[in-house]
Design a protein around this ligand. Structure first.
Ligand SMILES: Cc1cc2nc3c(=O)[nH]c(=O)nc-3n(C[C@H](O)[C@H](O)[C@H](O)COP(=O)(O)OP(=O)(O)OC[C@H]3O[C@@H](n4cnc5c(N)ncnc54)[C@H](O)[C@@H]3O)c2cc1C
Length: 400
């Protein structure tokens, strides 16, 4: 099976070129070796080299920091193609949480911090993690975090406990969200992100939290009197909450385009199986239950895709995307979950096996409804914005 990506007449030439080139690399060099490529370092290096030659390496970063400097919209459109092959993004130099950390270092880091942390991260010489969520406070209300950073002379002294710090076992440094007491500012202004090398005394990796019944790299950390230079703070003291919002805003559109690429794959797998599998004297594709699965999945994918692209275009044009971001953050992972669920059903036992990417997609889709802000929080935001517009403008304008 290959991903069927043709130029889109309404898109500019460059975005079409990025999409079709990405699809060619995926179809020719990744999908045929999908099961064994990860155990073959030579094959991995070869694909990475081809990606660099195609000018698509690290699309989210400027050229001077080793990236290919794609615009927001170019990157969003690239993601739906990239996510068709699970894991392919790592061969293109975009891996969470490193990619989010790279963006934060780029926007908030000093030139010295960028040279020290960002460049080696992009070159693959360092790994990183983002440590914000805590077991003892609600991640969906980041202002409630308890981890503190206290200024002592020329150092920050950090104390607290975090969990779900993804990539924690491999990370060389962590970006830790801390409460820095800065009297006079509101609770949003009391957060600061601080770079903490993992080998700093007092950093304790407690465990990889078991996720979906498996050992994972989403780690629990204790920070006990961890001392780092004041220079390790990112941006101004108190800018941590703003930086986290920056990280999540554009990131949500990218994640949704990823979900759409993954849904596209699940959809193709569903249709392929329906066209081949004979049950009770006929092919699955001729049964109306199954035709319903295919039609409902088409509707889910188109709705999710159009919603996400509309939001990406709004952001590109400088509009206020907050309501749209929340809407797609609720709708797209749920649509993703439904599409994968139907694909699994059509494949029967094979659907939940490790022979297909569907089981991983399913747990991934479910997790997305919690991470990056749970559904309920986004629904509250949508309703608030609509009610405010109702008060000030009379009603909501769906055309803008
Ligand atoms: C696989 C995975 C990877 C992750 N990686 C990272 C990472 O790298 N770094 C990091 O810092 N964090 C990470 N997280 C954590 C993630 O960001 C949090 O789980 C998320 O923010 C939710 O926080 P919480 O788990 O504390 O849930 P809580 O904040 O306790 O919320 C629990 C539930 O309460 C409900 N709820 C919350 N607020 C409201 C409300 N106002 N009204 C009604 N209901 C509400 C929702 O149903 C929500 O799901 C990861 C999580 C997962 C699952």
């Amino acid at each position: 099976m290959h991903m069927n990506v043709k130029p889109i007449p309404t898109l500019d030439e460059r975005i079409n070129h990025i999409r079709t080139t990405t699809a060619r690399l995926i179809n020719e060099h990744i999908l045929p070796h999908e099961r064994d490529i990860w155990a073959n370092p030579e094959q991995v290096a070869k694909v990475k080299q081809l990606v660099k030659e195609a000018g698509l390496w690290a699309p989210h970063l400027p050229e001077e920091y080793g990236g290919s400097d794609l615009s927001f919209l170019e990157h969003a459109y690239m993601n739906e193609v990239l996510a068709y092959a699970p894991g392919a993004a790592s061969l293109f130099g975009v891996v969470a949480p490193n990619s989010g950390n790279q963006k934060i270092l780029l926007k908030y880091g000093t030139e010295e911090q960028r040279r020290k942390w960002l460049v080696p991260l992009t070159e693959g010489k360092l790994q990183s993690a983002f440590s914000m969520t805590e077991p003892e406070s609600a991640g969906s209300d980041p202002r409630s975090i308890k981890t503190t950073a206290r200024r002592e002379g020329e150092q920050w002294v950090i104390n607290g406990r975090k969990w779900f710090t993804t990539n924690g076992k491999r990370a060389d440094f962590l970006i830790v969200m801390c409460r820095t007491e800065d009297e006079g500012s509101d609770s949003n202004g009391r957060m600061t992100q601080i770079i903490v090398p993992t080998d700093t005394p007092g950093v304790q990796l407690v465990r990889g939290v078991t996720v979906w019944g498996r050992e994972s790299d989403h780690c629990e950390f204790v920070y006990e009197d961890v001392r780092v230079p004041l220079d390790n703070q990112l941006g101004q003291t108190g800018s941590g909450h703003r930086a986290a919002q920056d990280r999540l805003g554009a990131g949500r559109v990218f994640h949704c385009m990823n979900s759409i690429g993954a849904m596209w794959r699940a959809f193709d797998l569903m249709v392929e199986r329906a066209s081949m599998r004979e049950v009770h004297g006929g092919l699955l594709k001729d049964k109306q239950f199954i035709q319903g699965f295919i039609a409902d999945s088409y509707i889910d994918i188109q709705a999710a895709r159009l919603m996400t692209i509309r939001c990406a275009e709004l952001m590109e044009d400088g509009g206020d995307p907050r309501t749209d971001i929340s809407a797609l953050k609720v709708f797209v992972p749920a649509a993703f979950e439904r599409v994968v669920d139907r694909a699994i059903q059509i494949w029967g036992a094979a659907g939940v096996s490790g022979d297909l990417p569907l089981a991983g997609m399913y747990t991934g889709a479910r997790t997305l409804r919690i991470a990056d802000g749970p559904d309920e929080v986004h629904k509250i935001l949508i309703a608030k914005n609509i009610l405010r517009a109702h008060e000030t403008e009379g009603s909501w304008d769906f055309g803008n």
